[in-house]
Ligand binder design. Sequence first.
Ligand code: NAD
Length: 310
Amino acid sequence: MKIAIIGVGTVGSAVATAVKNTGFVHEIVLFDRDGIRARAAAEDLGHAASFGFDVKITAVNNYRGIKGSEIIIIAAGANQKPGETRMDLLNKNATVIKDIIPRVMANVDTKNVKIIILTNPLDVMVMLATKLSKLPSSRVIGTGTMLDTARLRTILSRQLDISTQSINAYVLGEHGDSSVVDWTSATVGALTLDDFCRQMKISLPETTRNTISHRVRNAAYEIIRGRGATWDGIGAAAADLLRCIINDEHRILTVSSTSGTGLDMIAMSLPRVVGNGGIVATLRPKLSSTESAALRRSGKIIRKNYDAII
Ligand code: NAD
């Protein structure tokens, strides 16, 4: 399997590292408008690859070089500076997606290609890429709240002293400040979160849950304050999504994808079954009335920002 990564900055490089370490691809091509950066990344990653799986990693200086790639990962564009929100990147990164998507589409097999979007503000970029590519929305996928969900599970794992693998709890909606934790559907093993807490005599009152939701939403800000950008988490999330697609795993992931038409068209993260064809099915989560209202509000924010760049 050959894949391409467009944008080889902090995130693109981390994605390349994580993908190379899966052993599921034999070739990764890197494209960045900064050709020197892409070539340097390909060199460094190529050296790293010699210690693990055999993966050919090359930098290409034009889009013809991505021909034959079955999955395109887009990690190009401005990132958040300390204090900036993801929506602050809206206009800059809309220009980047408008530049990239037509060039990608001219060089891929449009019947099969899958595009994975990482660029922020993620959901709006997914909508834009879907519109510009004219691909079915099932094949233009944003990592969405996969990362936020990982953050939630990590915090809960520490709080409950239970492996993240046994926690099924999702963050839905915008990959951004209006994301919504679905506490109503959360389970630990086969127990509801509430049952689990009762049996284990753990107190998880609403105030604690609100604090956890707040920490999930603010995780990126804290990481950016501390290390300038985020990359390890998103690298792992992108590689996990790729693995799920390549192996046709039909796992449930909270990825972003566009649905609806006209004024109702919106991209946001919901629990979705992901396989070789991209998104296979979207599930309707069980939500409280407060969570439902928050999810509707999140959708309105995404749509308003999409309207501002169209
Ligand atoms: P960065 O500045 O380190 O790298 C961005 C790269 O994109 C640069 O190398 C730049 O040359 C390249 N680029 C810009 N415009 C381009 C174009 N038109 N064509 C080709 N290449 C282009 O930034 P980063 O930290 O790697 O972040 C990249 C994006 O990923 C940002 O939008 C950031 O917000 C986003 N991000 C998303 C998540 C997520 O969970 N989805 C997590 C972290 C970062």
